[in-house]
Ligand binder design. Structure first.
Ligand SMILES: Cc1cc2nc3c(=O)[nH]c(=O)nc-3n(C[C@H](O)[C@H](O)[C@H](O)COP(=O)(O)OP(=O)(O)OC[C@H]3O[C@@H](n4cnc5c(N)ncnc54)[C@H](O)[C@@H]3O)c2cc1C
Length: 431
């Protein structure tokens, strides 16, 4: 029997699921409440250039195998447009107003692999000496750690956590290392540490499997192109996708869309939990004239520590320094985006200009265009009370996690169908 799957939500998770299920021969309908598909992956036009408004990169761990973003882009014919961030310009950390240093280029979430004197500005003599003990400590030290913070403290000491790991974890996961489970930080870190007995060696091993030595990649023209390609390909394989259609009720055997009751197996690809105010962020994108930024004074951007009191932004991405295609599109103009915790301040653009000038150490001659966008996100669900669920709440934040989980669930349904079972018969399913 052909399952009739009703996907609620057309972000990347819903679209990936819908496409894979349609490819496997399921009859799929997807409903997206917003006018456009993509959710947190969407485009904006700033100074006449199309840029990503939400996610602008993805983790490349896992290479281009099944369930990876790279693999998916390849299937969608976009492999040739995958781009690495500009080489040789790592991000910086602004730890305090008077203290900034570059992050180790070959690290993982700020954990260094090479403990040489280049880390002195970040760690100081004592901090570096403690970090180097990782190589000689017994392998049991840190073996029972549950969080990333615990593991790094045990192996390399507090200074590595505070100076290097905390700013990255704050920027990437919106949490602290001591609250981040090791497996959420990196699915292979625990196993690699167990195998090598050294944190630096474990990180080096994980990094060596990343293509081109970079942990993240982007798409020339914007990551939002993934959404356009998914929509086109899912539709080409028979999925019926509708934007501007809000699902108002979900039951075991159907959903209600705009007052109409449809029968089928619901697949939830939208947040079920209320937005978590602690995870609200505002992103300000600026296009400016600022000749002093041309040489990328802070590499691809700056992560701001909580003690840098003069700056309200928690991170700055120097888009024209990070992505060669943005540089090409912008010409002599500079593009940056700054993230803030919470809602937009009334003077968001002016404040962002001031923060960018402080962080990049050179003035803005003219503000040419800007956008301000606030994103609400919910926390990660801990229960499995929904029958079929894909997306960030179940998979964790980030395209890599979301794509892997949505592909996995769609594939497992297909296996079930091949074995003669209808997915709905299973009732509950782990995502
Ligand atoms: C500013 C920003 C920057 C980011 N940067 C990165 C990055 O660089 N790299 C990275 O990997 N990740 C990044 N992320 C995270 C990444 O974008 C998300 O983890 C991922 O896109 C989540 O996809 P999703 O499909 O699970 O959820 P969403 O994209 O939130 O999709 C859920 C969809 O469900 C729809 N919906 C909700 N309710 C209903 C309803 N009742 N009926 C129908 N539809 C409904 C919503 O409109 C939405 O489109 C970023 C996120 C943001 C906001």
């Amino acid at each position: 029997m052909t399952a009739d799957l009703l996907v609620v939500g057309g972000g990347v998770a819903g679209l990936v699921f819908a496409r894979r299920a349609a490819l496997a021969g399921h009859r799929v309908r997807l409903f997206e409440a917003a006018r456009v598909f993509g959710g947190q992956v969407t485009r904006q036009d700033v100074a006449g250039v199309a840029l990503d408004a939400g996610a602008e990169s993805f983790a490349t761990r896992g290479g281009d195998g099944p369930g990876t973003v790279l693999g998916l882009l390849g299937e969608l014919g976009l492999a040739g447009d995958v781009v690495a961030p500009a080489a040789g310009s790592p991000a910086w950390v602004q730890e305090r107003d008077d203290r900034a240093f570059p992050l180790p280029a070959a690290g993982l979430l700020g954990i260094p692999t090479v403990l040489d004197d280049a880390l002195l500005p970040a760690l100081g003599e004592a901090g570096l000496a403690r970090a180097r003990q990782d190589a000689v400590l017994p392998p049991e030290q840190g073996a029972t750690a549950l969080t990333l913070g615990e593991l790094v403290r045990a192996r390399m000491g507090d200074r590595v956590v505070e100076a290097l790991v905390a700013p990255v974890v704050r920027g990437v996961h919106s949490t602290t290392p001591d609250q981040l489970p090791i497996d959420s930080a990196s699915p292979h870190l625990r196993a690699e540490f167990g195998r090598t007995g050294s944190l630096a060696a474990a990180v080096a091993s994980i990094r060596s499997t990343s293509p081109a030595g970079s942990q993240v990649a982007g798409v020339r023209g914007g990551v939002f192109r993934l959404v356009d390609a998914l929509v086109a390909d899912a539709a080409a394989h028979g999925a019926e996708l509708t934007a501007g259609a809000r699902v108002t009720a979900v039951e075991d055997d159907g959903v209600e869309v705009d007052g109409r009751r449809l029968r089928g197996i619901p697949v939830l690809a939208r947040a079920q939990r209320a937005p978590d105010p602690a995870r609200r962020i505002t992103v300000v994108t600026l296009v400016v004239e600022a000749p002093g930024w041309r040489d990328a004074p802070r590499g691809t951007g700056v992560l701001v520590g909580p003690e840098a009191g003069r700056v309200r932004a928690r991170a700055l991405t120097h888009l024209t320094a990070k992505w060669p295609w943005v540089r090409e599109a912008m010409g002599d103009r500079e593009a940056v985006r700054l993230s803030y915790d919470g809602s937009a301040a009334p003077d968001a653009a002016a404040a962002a200009v001031r923060d960018a000038e402080t962080l990049l150490g050179a003035p803005v001659d003219a503000l040419l265009d800007h956008t301000v966008r606030t994103w609400d996100r919910s926390g990660r669900a801990v229960s499995d009370d929904a029958a079929l669920t894909v997306g960030e709440e179940r998979a964790g934040t980030g395209l890599s996690a979301v794509v892997r989980q949505a592909e996995g669930l769609a594939t497992s349904l297909t296996v079930e169908r091949a074995s003669g079972r209808c997915p709905g018969e299973r009732g509950r399913m782990e995502g």
